[in-house]
Design a protein around this ligand. Structure first.
Ligand code: KIV
Length: 248
């Protein structure tokens, strides 16, 4: 189905959601793909980074979103260290599918081909994720844009090809040089979904809270902001407080 998308040339619109109301609003607004991302850890659960997110937490939020989604593709994100071997990857992926996900996403390139192939062989479609990998943030000492050197670009191109060979249905390209993302997009048979990877990908994804301004304490530079939900919440709470306390 996603390969057909690529052939059609229509840009794929993807966003994250973590709960029933946001997933339902996105679904009703016509978003094509909803990712219950492990970014949940930062923008909803208050963790420092995504490495603290557990599979149980992902199941809980995937279940809530699946109650809302009628039309969009619902993708569940495998959290850190839940896909370290093919057997563990299949068991973890099944848990997200049981919670309502139609596909799962995992981070990593050539080093994850056995896990991807095992999940695909189990009948579960997989979305790959390469470039800047949030689950590697502690190992890498920060969030670093990828593909800046010829060697780095070559590794990303190899990662994408290996993932397609292993059977992924789409690949998220996160925070990489736009030209590298464009080259990958032109050379793989599955759709690429960019985030901070230029305009040439087959689709784009953003963390919902970045798009709607619901997490004002941190927003990546590449994320467009179309609303100020945090500002609206503050305004409404201040208005309510003034009313209750009797001040105008
Ligand atoms: O967890 C997430 O939200 C993601 C997207 C940023 C692609 O992986």
């Amino acid at each position: 189905m996603l390969a057909e998308w690529k052939r059609s040339g229509r840009k794929l619109v993807a966003l994250t959601a973590y709960d029933y109301p946001s997933a339902r609003l996105l679904d009703e607004a016509g978003v094509d793909l909803i990712l219950v991302g492990d970014s949940l850890g930062m923008v909803v659960l208050g963790y420092e980074d995504t490495t603290f997110v557990t599979l149980e937490e992902m199941e809980h939020h995937t279940r809530a979103c699946s109650r809302a989604v009628r039309r969009a593709l619902l993708v569940g994100d495998l959290p850190f260290q839940t896909y370290e071997s093919p057997g563990q990857a299949v068991a973890s992926a099944r848990r997200l599918v049981d919670a309502g996900a139609e596909m799962i996403k995992l981070e990593g390139g050539t080093e994850k081909v056995s896990e991807i192939a095992a999940i695909v062989a189990d009948g579960i479609p997989v979305v790959g994720h390469i470039g800047m990998l949030p689950q590697q943030v502690r190992e890498e000492g920060g969030y670093k844009k990828k593909g800046k050197t010829p060697a780095g670009a070559g590794r990303l191109i190899e990662d994408a090809a290996a993932m397609v060979e292993a059977g992924v249905s789409a690949i998220v390209l996160e925070s990489m040089v736009a030209g590298v993302a464009a080259e990958i997009t032109a050379n793989v048979s599955v759709p690429t979904i960019g985030i901070g990877a230029g305009n040439e990908c087959d689709g784009q994804i953003l963390v919902l809270h970045d798009l709607i301004g619901a997490f004002p304490w941190f927003r990546p530079g590449f994320a467009m902001q179309e609303a100020d939900v945090a500002g609206e919440i503050t305004r409404a709470v201040e208005a309510y407080s003034r009313m209750i306390r009797g001040k105008s």
